[in-house]
Design a protein around this ligand. Structure first.
Ligand SMILES: *[C@@H]1O[C@H](CO)[C@@H](O)[C@H](O)[C@H]1NC(C)=O
Ligand SMILES: *[C@@H]1O[C@H](CO)[C@@H](O)[C@H](O)[C@H]1NC(C)=O
Ligand SMILES: *[C@@H]1O[C@H](CO)[C@@H](O)[C@H](O)[C@H]1NC(C)=O
Ligand SMILES: *[C@@H]1O[C@H](CO)[C@@H](O)[C@H](O)[C@H]1NC(C)=O
Ligand SMILES: *[C@@H]1O[C@H](CO)[C@@H](O)[C@H](O)[C@H]1NC(C)=O
Length: 510
């Protein structure tokens, strides 16, 4: 399947200081210059482009109080285009008083240091087509995926060893510090990270605690596991609960949910859908030119764990596949987010495979080496989440066989006392980053607080909430932390369609 592992916005993918290995941390030797953007970043607010491949959304309230640097996860997610596209929401969440800056991290296609292990379109296509989601008892599929992972790890070691040594998270953390120090501001770091961007942020805070002004980590990964385990197991700890949430919420909002008329219990409804997955293995359904098989349905369903705003359409599609009464346009529309529909989207999807593997696998200090050593981890993944565990198997297999070591890796224990306290945010139910990981990081960062948002989705961006907006803006603008134990309620229930833009108009009256 072609969906990347955890893109924050279900968008297509994409540093800055060319391979400046351990760059000097001196203040303001070069100050970044800002001008008009040459590329079209589809920004929703005015945008400036900077020397050093940065993109800046100026504060909507001038004079600005300073700048915040953002990372959107992956690893490998584009920074510049994502901050441009989400500018209105992020300015709303930060209180409008900061410039928002992002960059395409080392290793990503539009950075100064792209990491790409395959030269031809044919080879990239073969890589994409070699992806699969094997059941844990399917030895043949697991063996094939392992062999595919051998090809990836070998190709990267052969073609990209020098670059591969320089794209790890410790370097990107130094890049963030360099940006902060070269803005001509106070030299302190204001950083906002989502998903994998929280691992970058946890690394940044732990490497440079004395440089921290304000940091929000939202949709938090367990960084201990990211660096030291054979697989990202904890990430999927709540995925099955979010999946089940589709069915329990459906019965609570029967007028909005197309599956409610079956009038079953939530568990019966969920079982019906598991049976549908099995049926599609042996009886895939052609829809237009697309074969809707178990993998395609899995892509559609796992994509909908990001935000409940997709649940109405997902349950419509499930009902269609259950009844055979199919609206081609809806199914093809949902599928287009998870399967390439033409050569361009196929190649765009594959362009993030190498950066994702290169960054995560070189960061990963634990390398299983053999299939036999990795097998218990694969079993643990399958056992942690029936719906999502399989999606991590390909990456775990590549990292198990990775041979490039980074020139620098953060080796500490994430126990620090930063100059100013960090705010962590977790949803009550997050299918990609469970709230226990936010609590885990918080326990190591003295003075930090975890804000809980009581909804389903990935990071607080997945759950529109006025309380969450006010809490975040108050932190950025006034440095105020919420009381420990604060829980924010979402603006609306799953299956109704609240949006961040509505929440922002409510907050700012515009
Ligand atoms: C960095 O430069 C700014 C002014 O440009 C100054 O206010 C700040 O104290 C300097 N920071 C360090 C660490 O020298
Ligand atoms: C649901 O599908 C319809 C029809 O394909 C589309 O117009 C609409 O934008 C989708 N809604 C969401 C929230 O994705
Ligand atoms: C994990 O294993 C336990 C114990 O065997 C079992 O009860 C549980 O259903 C399994 N979970 C998944 C998602 O397979
Ligand atoms: C944080 O997570 C790591 C890795 O799973 C674990 O070893 C450690 O005990 C956890 N720390 C806390 C305080 O939960
Ligand atoms: C910052 O604090 C001031 C004074 O208490 C308050 O009026 C304002 O609403 C706060 N700003 C934000 C964005 O919360």
């Amino acid at each position: 399947m072609f969906s990347s592992r955890f893109p924050l916005f279900q968008l297509s993918p994409v540093l800055i200081f060319a391979a400046a290995a351990a760059s000097s941390s001196s203040n303001a030797s070069t100050v970044i210059q800002w001008g008009t953007c040459v590329n079209d970043f589809e920004s929703t607010l005015p945008a400036d482009c900077g020397t050093l491949l940065l993109l800046r959304i100026p504060a909507t309230v001038q004079p600005a109080k300073g700048s915040i640097v953002l990372n959107f996860g992956g690893p490998g997610e584009a920074g510049r285009s994502t901050v441009a596209e989400t500018a209105i929401i992020l300015q709303g969440l930060s209180g409008g008083q900061y410039n928002l800056i992002s960059f395409d991290p080392r290793g990503t296609p539009n950075s100064n240091l792209p990491f790409s292990c395959f030269d031809t379109d044919f080879a990239r296509q073969a890589q994409a087509q070699g992806q699969s989601l094997p059941d844990i008892d399917n030895e043949e599929a697991l063996a094939k995926l392992w062999a595919r992972a051998t090809i990836d790890a070998t190709a990267c070691a052969k073609k990209q060893k020098t670059t591969g040594e320089l794209i790890g998270t410790a370097f990107t953390a130094r890049d963030v510090l360099s940006i902060a120090e070269n803005l001509g501001e106070d030299g302190m770091v204001r950083y906002w990270g989502y998903s994998y961007g929280t691992t970058l942020g946890a690394t940044l805070v732990s490497m440079f605690p004395e440089k921290i002004d304000k940091v929000i980590l939202d949709g938090v990964q367990n960084p201990h596991e990211y660096y030291h385990s054979y697989g990202d197991i904890e990430e999927w700890a709540q995925s099955d609960q979010v999946f089940s949430g589709i069915f329990t919420s459906c019965l609570q909002e029967p007028d909005a949910c197309p599956l409610a008329y079956y009038n079953p219990t939530a568990a019966e409804l969920e079982n019906k859908v598991w049976t549908l997955f099995d049926t599609l293995k042996t009886h895939p359904v052609p829809v237009g030119d697309l074969i809707v098989d178990e993998n395609v349905l899995h892509g559609i369903v796992s994509n909908s764990l990001y935000s409940t705003s997709s649940w109405k359409n997902t349950t419509r599609a499930l009902d269609m596949l259950l009844t055979g009464n199919i609206d081609e346009e809806l199914i093809l529309n949902l599928a287009s987010a998870v399967v390439p529909v033409d050569q361009a989207t196929l190649l765009a999807a594959t362009s993030i495979y190498s950066p994702l593997e290169g960054i995560h696998c070189s960061d990963r200090a634990a390398r299983a080496g053999t299939y036999e050593n990795l097998l218990p981890t694969l079993r643990e993944l399958a056992n942690t989440s029936r719906i999502m565990g399989r999606t991590d198997m390909s990456l775990s297999m590549v990292c198990a066989q990775w041979t490039i070591d980074p020139k620098e890796r953060y080796e500490g224990d994430f126990q620090v006392s930063p100059a100013n306290p960090v705010l962590l945010i977790g949803n009550a139910y997050d299918g990609h980053t469970p709230i226990q990981s936010a609590r885990n990081v918080s326990s190591g960062f003295e003075g930090s607080v975890v804000l809980e948002v009581n909804g389903y989705g990935h990071s607080s961006l997945g759950v529109p909430s006025l309380c969450s907006l006010k809490t975040q803006a108050d932190y950025w603008v006034n440095g105020t932390l919420p009381e420990p134990g604060t829980v924010c309620q979402p603006e609306s229930a799953p299956f109704s369609e609240a949006s961040w833009l509505e929440v922002i108009s409510k907050a700012y009256g515009a």
